[in-house]
Design a protein around this ligand. Structure first.
Ligand code: XMP
Length: 506
């Protein structure tokens, strides 16, 4: 197990992902919350930071339990921190060193750089530079502009690098991390999807014993993988609830329910469509719609959970990025949902929480899902927002609009699948616009709805580029939609990226 101390760098999660790719488990902790018991950790990595070590309010953790006691790799800010407080010197550099550069010198015979040659591209992002190495520092590498691009400390298993091995542009970054973690620190590469499944199933059995657990399935990857893991651990004591809010894709409720039953899950499908649709009537404000859907979901889920006698646990599909966010250097984000605190907690929220995926990144959840034998179709599904089609129908929601959008969306998504484009797109969907436009069909003028199609590439939804779908594909889909869906006479394609646009229109 590897401990990553976060100084607030935008790249800290990437360090963790690179380490995990080496089949090594790691955990991120903020620099000011170092675990008191370090016995489980075989190595420590210090992240970069937006701070300068020379700033008064810069992070200055006490590393006395780590330095010289555990193998230590300090990245960027970490490297400067070690230098600045241990007899070296850090000063502002004349030029801000940012972007790609190459290692122009590498000290020969060092395990740390084994398999890495001079000329190797690295990624720099810093405005201070290490002018003088700390006491007992041995220079290991330089670039054209940075004399001390890497060093180690004689007599300790301490290494420091000014560049970022975790970003993709550092070509040998993973190799360097592997050299440090595996060859120098001797960490075992045993964190595989199968090993994770064995460990977590044993842990869940031990923790939950014969108690009953309730879990809300959404049809998405996270809740599905969480359910299958729990099912493996506790079988029929897992009660899954899948709510139809009437805003799912066409036939989604029936299809996904069938798939869940086929997987041996103890699942109850609750069709609350008419309740959601009637509560939403007349609401056209995006946040208003989200609040109604959130509230009604909680009411429906609560009613169902209350029917399970003696249930003790609520399972959730929380994944690691959410956990990191909640314990981050900047503190828990201020977005704790307001409705949780209004009028007392719903009954199911008084349950103990179990989160089998809380240590996994999204791609790891998919790999664990594959190891569990979950069908690739389900694991490869595009993200779909909780409020569903409600936020893709601009303006107020009526059953007619829902059914028009379901038809359009289904033609679009099926079309992407048939054309082999579905897996190349991160998320796709159709949006029903609140305007009519003039058209002509046969000899008749029409005055009907406009739909927009959206397809984006992204890794995490934080930024996104619109996808250059082939014109022929767009032409065929547009024809099919206008010919088959009554009430639509115009199709447009959204060519906006995020930022400044967002993925959804509401
Ligand atoms: P935006 O529109 O903010 O979307 O660029 C980013 C990602 O978040 C999804 N999204 C939501 N998911 N509830 C959800 O569960 C919501 O209210 C919501 N709004 C947006 C969106 O589909 C995209 O994947």
């Amino acid at each position: 197990n590897v401990l990553i101390l976060d100084f607030g760098s935008q790249y800290t999660q990437l360090i963790a992902r690179r380490v995990r790719e080496l089949n090594i488990f790691c955990e991120i902790f903020p620099f000011n919350q170092i675990p008191s018991d370090l016995s489980a950790y075989n190595a420590v990595i210090l992240s970069g930071s937006p701070f300068s070590v020379r700033a008064e309010d810069a992070p200055q953790p006490d590393l006395s339990q780590i330095r010289g006691k555990k193998p230590l790799l300090a990245v960027c800010y970490g490297a400067q921190y070690l230098a600045h407080f241990s007899g070296g010197e850090v000063a502002p550099s004349n030029i801000r060193e940012y972007g790609r550069t190459n290692l122009s010198y590498i000290e020969a015979g060092e395990l740390f750089f084994e398999g890495v040659s001079e000329g190797s591209q690295v990624w720099m992002s810093h405005s201070d530079t290490i002018k003088q190495l700390p006491t007992n520092g041995v220079k290991l590498a330089s670039t054209k502009d940075v004399e001390n691009a890497a060093y180690r400390i004689e007599g300790e298993t301490t290494y420091a690098i000014q560049f970022h091995p975790e970003v993709y542009h550092s070509t040998d970054g993973s190799k360097i991390l592997e050299n440090f973690l595996v060859r120098i620190a001797g960490v075992q590469q045993t964190f595989t999807p199968n090993a994770f499944v064995d460990d977590i199933v044993a842990e869940l059995k031990e923790k939950i014993k014969d108690d009953k657990v309730v879990l809300g399935l959404s049809g998405g990857v996270d809740s599905t993988v969480a359910a299958v893991l729990l099912n493996k651990a506790i079988g029929k004591n897992l009660y899954c609830i899948f709510v139809n809010n009437g805003l799912l894709r066409k036939n989604e409720f029936q299809n996904v329910l069938k798939q869940y039953e086929g997987m041996g899950l103890n699942v109850k499908g609750v069709d609350a469509s008419s309740r959601f649709i009637s509560e939403l009537a007349g609401e056209s404000d995006p946040e208003g719609k989200r609040k109604i859907i959130g509230r009604v979901f909680i009411e429906v889920f609560d009613d169902e959970a209350n029917q399970i006698e003696d249930v003790k646990w609520l399972a959730q599909g929380t994944i690691y990025p959410d956990v990191i966010e909640s314990i981050s250097v900047k503190g828990p984000s201020a977005t704790i949902k307001s409705h949780h605190n209004v009028g007392g907690l719903p009954d199911f929220m008084k349950l103990q929480i179990v989160e089998p995926l809380r240590m996994l990144f999204k791609d790891e959840v998919r790999r664990v899902g594959a190891a569990l034998g979950i069908h690739a179709d389900l694991l490869g599904r595009h993200p779909f927002p909780g409020p569903g089609l409600a936020i893709r129908i601009l303006g107020d929601i009526t059953p007619e609009k829902v059914s028009i959008l379901q038809e359009v969306d289904s033609i679009y998504i099926e079309g992407l699948k048939k054309a082999g484009l579905y897996d190349k797109v991160w998320q796709a969907g159709a949006i029903l616009l609140p305007i009519n436009s003039v058209g002509v069909m046969g000899d008749e003028r029409t005055y009907e709805k406009v739909v927009a199609l959206r397809a984006v590439e992204s890794t995490d939804g934080m930024t996104a580029d619109w996808v250059h779908l082939p014109y022929d594909f767009l032409m065929n889909i547009s024809n099919e939609i206008i010919n088959k869906v009554k009430g639509v006479n115009r199709v447009v394609y959204d060519i906006s990226s995020k930022p400044p646009a967002t993925i959804e229109w509401e």
